[in-house]
Write a protein that binds this ligand. Sequence first.
Ligand code: GLC
Length: 644
Amino acid sequence: MNQAALHRLMTSKRWKKSENSPEDLFQLRLSTNLSLISSLFFSLYPKEKNELFFYQLLNRMEELFSNRSKELKSLDLERLQDGNWYQSERLVGMQLYVDRFNKNIKGLYEKLPYFDELGVNFLHLMPITTRPSGENDGGYAVNSYYEIDSKYGTKKEFSAFTKQARKENMVLMLDFVVNHTSDEFEWAKKAKGGDEKYQNYYYTYPDRQIPDAFEKTMPEIFPESAPGSFTYNKEMGKWVMTCFNTYQWDLNYTNPEVFIEMLANLVRLANMGVDVIRFDALAFLWKKIGTDSQNLPEAHHLISLFRMCLQVIAPGVILLAEAIVAPRNIIKYFGEGPLKGNECEVAYNASLMALLWNSIATKKTSLLHKSLLEIPSKPVDGSWINYIRCHDDIGLGYDDDFIRAIGWSPSEHRSFLLDYYSRGLEWSPAKGLMFMYNPKNGDGRITGSAASLLGLEEALEQKDIRKIDQAISKILMLHGIILSYGGIPLIYAGDEFGTLNDYSFTKDSDHKNDSRWVNRPMQDWKTIEKLPTTENHTSQIFKGLKKMIQLRKKLSVFADKQPAIIHPSPNEHVFLFERTDGKSKVWVISNFDEAPQFLEVGWLFSIGISFGREPKDLITKKELLLDEGRLKLNPYQHMWVALD
Ligand code: GLC
């Protein structure tokens, strides 16, 4: 049973019961979730030894609820009454680094009109809390979960920002770096000082015996810059687990105290006025010798336990799963079996993202179709974050069986994609970099901005107008897909006007070992100022995107109530899906080829596009015309088709 549905029921205006106070409702939510909370807790922490911790947890939850502000408590209830608000077609998101966007929180506040102009009303702010001063993985090495780093501003400024943002109906998402802290976090400092209690908050070992056993089956995340999964800490005289960078210490969730303390940190973050919490790197939360220590059943229990407790304390706050894992594993973060609907409400659609990049390189949509049709669908109450680029690399997370099924070799195919995007393949227009190439197995990932990966950088260098136009079409086509697919589209700041790669990271000693910084540019306000008056690639992209955003918000078929219906087209270059709200329909058609492509009118009729009913492209407002009984699609053309 989806617990959120029960909480919604309890706040429904249709239930004519006497008014409950927020405290009564807290108690009601607690009783509703208690059986799940206890079974999840004791599945991770056996009852014989941990009963006391369970009572500690319950007391902590009451305390955390009482610390939540009145204003947020009433917002929680409003959100519950709104139902699945996160599935609305009216949401359009942007992800940004506050300092790179406009210096600091104050600067961000000043730019609220910019979001409004573009139609963005959902913001993912990258970490803004304190972090080590040198390398810090873009803030994903946290010194605190709620103290704002002075380079961004003060708590007061942040609170002024959230208040104003809320007034303007802006939804706010922040990260909860749940898997690890920095090596400067207060617990890490105490551990280094010899405090055993805090050494047990992490996976620490006096010798290599257990680390060696773990490393036999644990894949390396950053093989170039941080090989292995353990780091020796001299001060402590012990090895500590560090799956990511050497300065990011993995939290030991086999210790129930860690869970209780981290729940408190999660609520403190939510109390900053956050609507969506991005559960960072959540696939890694539970480690077990002999496994790859990713996506383990215990990790799912732990996430659901966080979810069930947070739902009692702050029921308006939802969770986003940052699980950049194999397609079949991503789906599991919505919750499976008894946990269905009780894990994360939203997940990154990393599969769609990676498949779109595959279709750009191959100019074919066969792998895209096969994967989308065969991956089990998400639950109806869940939703996606759809994106083409973010601050991270593009991992080639395809299902090998699907690659084989269409007749390609998985390793050769991945190697081709690395050549196409980051090894300068001769005919490829893409300009990207390699990320974390592992010569031991040939694995690698791709970095680069959307525009550079889609050929705009090369086209501008060559001053080739045809290529520039093609790159613009590709940029708009991919954004058109994420705006219409179903879920919250998340635009990466800078992509809205085709920002190119930023190579300056190679000169920065804290960034030069991490090529993801090539796609973390400073927001270029000079160019933005000129957008209304210039006619070039930047303004074409911005205007094209803005138009689609405005249109998306008017089309109820784009709310994520019913999933996209994929129609595998007989033309292997064309991607076609249908969206419906039960009443009207829109067909989204994209040509992934650099040559014109055609669709037979008979086939279009078979999927409902009847030319007798004057089909129209809603983006250009033009009627669809036939060319000798076929619909012609120009290179990289993208349409939202509706019937009269
Ligand atoms: C997530 C973040 C990434 C970071 C990693 C470790 O994957 O998106 O940027 O390096 O977690 O925190």
